[in-house]
Design a protein around this ligand. Structure first.
Ligand SMILES: *[C@@H]1O[C@H](CO)[C@@H](O)[C@H](O)[C@H]1NC(C)=O
Ligand SMILES: *[C@@H]1O[C@H](CO)[C@@H](O)[C@H](O)[C@H]1NC(C)=O
Ligand SMILES: *[C@@H]1O[C@H](CO)[C@@H](O)[C@H](O)[C@H]1NC(C)=O
Ligand SMILES: *[C@@H]1O[C@H](CO)[C@@H](O)[C@H](O)[C@H]1NC(C)=O
Length: 481
């Protein structure tokens, strides 16, 4: 199914080549027909892959009604799982069953400060829970990044349901909101051991290097968390726990969930909708150095910003080369062309899941001309609804994320963390059912992640294909009874 879809799309694009090229040269002023074609193929590869996945969802309507919010089968029996019964705070939800606490000898306390955007932090939280569990330590509720470009002052509990996080994981690891008083004083006196763990380490690093430090200092603070646990080669229990945290322990606050539902309702009233994750905010352009279509002042501003952030390592960037290597997000203009080339209906509603688009209206003009029904959370909701979300980019991102999950078609213009987690969703239940049906006589199961021992950065990303969690027969620890 996927392959057919893809080659058809390629053909469509080939067919429309004349129009496409003409417009492109006009808008992007790039020369060289064949080189352009080559670039186009590269630049749209990720979009094609995505569309291939997401089209299945849209087509899925012919295979049966859309099932909303489906988790992999290994997790949806969470509530049958256990022993103690607790009344959930939301009255409409029936009594929830919580697992019994795990009893273990505590080796100390682990504090973590996550860095990056919402989805990167989300992955980091999953990793850190798994690490804390493995080391038999007590995890303090992670601190979220407040210093990134987005400068979101939100705390964990502003975004995630913190009580659910703590209680639903209590059969694995003890989690506290704050350090016990005695240790808290040490923290206030600055006498807590703080360090960034080594990227892409496997769990033995935490066992051999970090655990002794925790035992020595009682509290260790890991002050960066991105990509800190390897994707591959980890014990099965760790992989499963990472998924469990992600899929069932991390739940957005009711406030965010409710608003998300409202946005989805408003969109659904007007028919199907496409979510466009238009990754064209200032930070993206400054970081990637992709300045196609920007004017001189903008290029200067973006360059200044890149130099202002010391942790962005790459400073000298040739925008054209980067783009030819397929490493740039699609510009809004290119996005309009790509959507048209993909035959996306010009009358479809397009929800822009993004922060402020750099260059504003000027850059959005061709997209708005091709797709007049562009909406954003700010246009669907009253300012009062978003009052508490303003200046809280992670909460805004959470809202966009919820809407993305429910979209009929999801198109990311860059293969970032958000695209990956939405893929994680799309690639299960409904997708799996569709693939299985289409490939009834072939092997359609989850695939093994690509492992490249010396280049962890290039390996398949754990969170885009958590194969260990996608095998119902071999993993179902929560079923039984
Ligand atoms: C953690 O606790 C379990 C028992 O609950 C024990 O088997 C294991 O060796 C402990 N691991 C560490 C690193 O302390
Ligand atoms: C993390 O801790 C190390 C060692 O204390 C320090 O050098 C580094 O600047 C810290 N990093 C951050 C992001 O706070
Ligand atoms: C958000 O931040 C901007 C600039 O930092 C400020 O001008 C504005 O008043 C803030 N809005 C709210 C609702 O806090
Ligand atoms: C993580 O959880 C989110 C939603 O809760 C989901 O979109 C994503 O696919 C999950 N990814 C993995 C690998 O667990």
């Amino acid at each position: 199914m996927c392959r057919v879809e893809k080659s058809e799309r390629k053909r469509e694009m080939g067919g429309g080549g004349g129009v496409f090229k003409g417009e492109k040269q006009q808008q992007l002023k790039s020369g060289g027909g064949s080189r352009m074609k080559l670039w186009m193929i590269r630049a749209t590869t990720s979009v094609l892959l995505w569309t291939c996945i997401v089209q299945l969802t849209a087509i899925g309507e012919t295979w049966g009604p859309r099932v909303l919010t489906v988790w992999p089968p290994c997790f949806n029996r969470e509530s049958d799982a256990a022993s103690a019964i607790v009344q959930d705070k939301v009255p409409s939800v029936p009594a929830r069953v919580l697992p019994p606490k795990r009893v273990y000898k505590n080796n100390g306390y682990l504090m973590v400060s996550c860095n990056g955007g919402l989805n990167q932090m989300r992955a980091a939280i999953c990793d850190m829970v798994a690490i804390a569990r493995h080391l038999n330590v007590t995890l303090i509720v992670p601190e979220l990044d407040k210093a990134s470009f987005w400068a979101d002052p939100s705390e964990f509990q502003d975004i995630f349901d913190v009580d659910h996080f703590i209680t639903s994981l209590r059969d694995e690891v003890r989690i506290l909101k704050v350090l016990p008083p005695r240790l808290k004083r040490r923290l206030e006196l600055g006498r807590v051991y703080s360090m960034p763990p080594v990227s892409w380490s496997d769990i033995s690093y935490y066992h051999n290097q970090i655990l002794p430090l925790i035992q020595k200092y009682k509290v260790v603070h890991l002050n960066r968390t991105d990509a800190r646990l390897a994707n591959n080669g980890q014990p099965l229990e760790i992989q499963k726990l990472r998924c469990r945290v992600n899929f069932s322990a991390l739940r957005f606050t009711t406030q965010i969930e409710e608003l998300g539902k409202r946005v989805i309702r408003l969109l659904r009233q007007n028919g199907p909708f496409l979510v466009l994750h238009l990754r064209y905010e200032m930070d993206m352009l400054a970081f990637s150095g992709c300045t196609q279509g920007c004017n001189k002042e903008e290029v200067d501003e973006l360059t200044r910003m890149r130099y202002a952030y010391p942790w962005w390592k790459e400073k000298i960037i040739n925008s054209d080369l980067k783009r030819k290597d397929g490493l740039c997000p699609l510009t809004p203009e290119e996005t309009a062309l790509t959507l048209r080339a993909l035959d996306v209906d010009p009358s479809i509603q397009i929800y822009i899941a993004a922060g402020e688009i750099y260059g504003g209206q000027r850059r959005m003009a061709s997209l708005a001309a091709a797709y007049p029904r562009l909406v954003r959370k700010e246009t669907l909701l009253e300012p009062a609804d978003l009052r508490f979300f303003q200046n809280h980019s992670s909460q805004m991102a959470a809202l966009d994320y919820l809407v993305s999950l429910e979209s009929d078609i999801f198109v990311p213009t860059y293969d970032g963390n958000m695209a990956k987690v939405v893929e994680g969703h799309r690639s299960w239940d409904e997708f799996s059912a569709a693939v299985k049906e289409a490939h009834a006589d072939r092997m359609g199961g989850p695939s093994s992640r690509m492992v490249i021992p010396d280049r962890p950065k290039e390996e398949d990303y754990f969170y885009s294909n958590p194969e260990e969690c996608l095998q119902p027969s071999s993993f179902d620890p929560l079923s039984s009874t």
